[in-house]
Design a protein around this ligand. Structure first.
Ligand code: GDP
Ligand code: IMO
Ligand code: MG
Length: 432
């Protein structure tokens, strides 16, 4: 049963895209199972960074079939733009190579307006979303008024479905200035155009994927965002609107949990976060700037500067628990070169107590102070290292200690964004 899930262990942007691109070499199928165009997964293609938002990061290999699973919310315009962009660099995005679940929900043009309106309604509501309409689309899904990709197959029913969705938002639309108010018939026409264009890509991916799994095909399930942003397990309400954790891989693809045999956690050698919300190990001032610039920590979707801090083992240990990581891939270790000291947060101090478990309440996390272990740094670049033995002793010590405090075997380490800049550890557990 070669089905493997790839999950972000922190607050997103751990390097999932690069790792999926590497692993896809040995996969037949790559599936996105949640999130939407809020994701930005960077791969290096023809020596240039390429950011993927909806299409799985396996697309850069000719032999893979990519699937946008039922748990994803699909903005058709964003998808068309992405297809164009991929084609412009020479990638083939055909219905043979890309299947979109008929059960996936559609982000409608006004979901972005709703997302932005909420963000601007007042500081108490502000989450720092990507404003891609992802939250409002999931709201409609759970409220049972959403439109699904499969609805595009029945154009004569679209008007009726759109009307149900529209009615529910009428009061909101009426409160908008007239020039910003969406027009029902314009939205319907837009949907009709998408219907025509996307028709060949729409498939019953749930049945198809299960047939492929039964036939022994290797399937990679590509998570978006990270455990800290999971709607149940993350720093609620400062989260995204889907289950980013391993359970979501089953519900978002239709592949049952009993068919999943590995869960690879992706963790950066430090921590970043975009948007609002608690972040116990966040650095301040020049230290934060130094880490951001060395790691080039700017959002792949919105370009926003990412907040940066030291590695938080409390968070990653918790991620290992709720996801059941069978192994960890540690990324961006190269970024930590030249810091005189490197730090690992092993617990939090909160009102005189030592917390070793990740708390559920934001108010606790906001007051939690990191308890650090400080290790000596290393003064050499790591970008050219291609094996464990080539790492300087202090970098090895850092990785070994990190592995110990997280309690999951580290299978691979990456020291650069390229496919080649990754190596396995001695005795690493095999993924498949
Ligand atoms: P994702 O959302 O988890 O796929 O991550 P992003 O693509 O948003 O952010 C990760 C960034 O780090 C991208 O710019 C990658 O090209 C880059 N990257 C990935 N792995 C490494 C690494 O090991 N070292 C360095 N320096 N950059 C990396
Ligand atoms: P990848 O897949 C980092 C964050 C936003 C915001 C919160 C809610 O590239 O790791 P949303 O638009 O989802 O309603 O925003 O979640 N966020 C991400 N942060 N990486 C991502 O994706 C993210 N997708 C959403 O910044 O704090
Ligand atoms: Mg990203």
């Amino acid at each position: 049963m070669p089905v493997c899930v790839v999950i972000g262990a922190q607050w997103g942007d751990e390097g999932k895209g690069a790792m999926v691109d590497l692993l896809a070499k040995e996969a037949d199928i790559v599936v996105r199972f949640q999130g939407g165009a809020n994701a930005g997964h960077t791969i290096i293609y023809q020596e240039r960074p390429l950011a993927l938002h909806l299409i799985p990061a396996g697309i850069a290999h000719d032999h893979t079939i990519c699937v946008i699973g039922n748990g994803v919310v699909v903005d058709p315009q964003a998808l068309l733009n992405e297809m164009e962009q991929l084609r412009s660099v020479g990638l083939v995005v055909s219905p043979e190579r890309l299947k979109i679940s008929d059960r996936a929900h559609l982000t409608l043009p006004y979901h972005r307006i709703l997302d932005a309106a909420r963000e601007m309604a007042g500081s108490h509501l502000r989450l720092g979303t990507t404003r891609r309409g992802v939250g409002p689309t999931y709201v409609d899904k759970v409220d049972r008024v959403g439109l699904r990709v499969g609805d595009l197959r029945y154009p004569n029913r679209l008007e009726e479905k759109l009307l149900i969705n529209w009615e529910q938002k009428r009061a909101f639309f009426n409160a908008l200035p007239p020039e910003e108010r969406p027009d029902f018939h314009a939205v319907l026409d837009e949907l009709m155009r998408y219907a025509e264009f996307l028709q060949p890509y729409i498939a019953d991916t749930v049945s198809w994927l299960n047939e492929q799994v039964a036939a022994g095909k290797r399937v990679l399930l590509e998570g978006a965002q990270g455990t800290g942003l999971d709607v149940d397990f993350g720093t609620y309400p400062f989260v995204t609107s889907s289950n980013t954790t391993a359970g979501g891989a089953a519900t978002g693809s239709g592949i049952p949990p009993t068919k999943i045999n590995a869960v690879l956690g992706i963790a950066k050698a430090y921590t970043t976060r975009v948007g609002e919300g608690p972040f116990p190990t966040e650095l301040q001032g020049e230290e934060q700037v130094a880490l951001r610039e060395k790691g080039r920590e700017y959002g792949a979707t919105t370009g926003r500067p990412r907040r940066c801090g030291w590695f938080d083992a409390v968070l990653v240990r918790y991620a290992a628990m709720v996801n059941g990581f069978t192994a960890l891939a540690l990324t961006k270790l190269d970024v930590l070169s030249y810091f005189p000291e490197v730090k690992l947060c092993v617990a939090y101090r909160w009102r005189g107590e030592v917390l070793t478990h990740f708390p559920s309440e934001v108010c606790v996390l906001e007051e939690a102070e990191p308890i650090y272990e400080t290790l000596p740094g290393w003064d050499v670049p790591l970008g050219q290292c291609r094996s464990w033995d080539q790492l300087p002793a202090n970098a090895q010590r850092f990785v070994e200690r990190l592995q110990e405090v997280v309690g999951v075997p580290i299978a691979t380490i990456s020291v650069g964004p390229e496919r080649e800049a990754v190596f396995s550890l001695p005795n690493a557990p095999s993924l498949w």
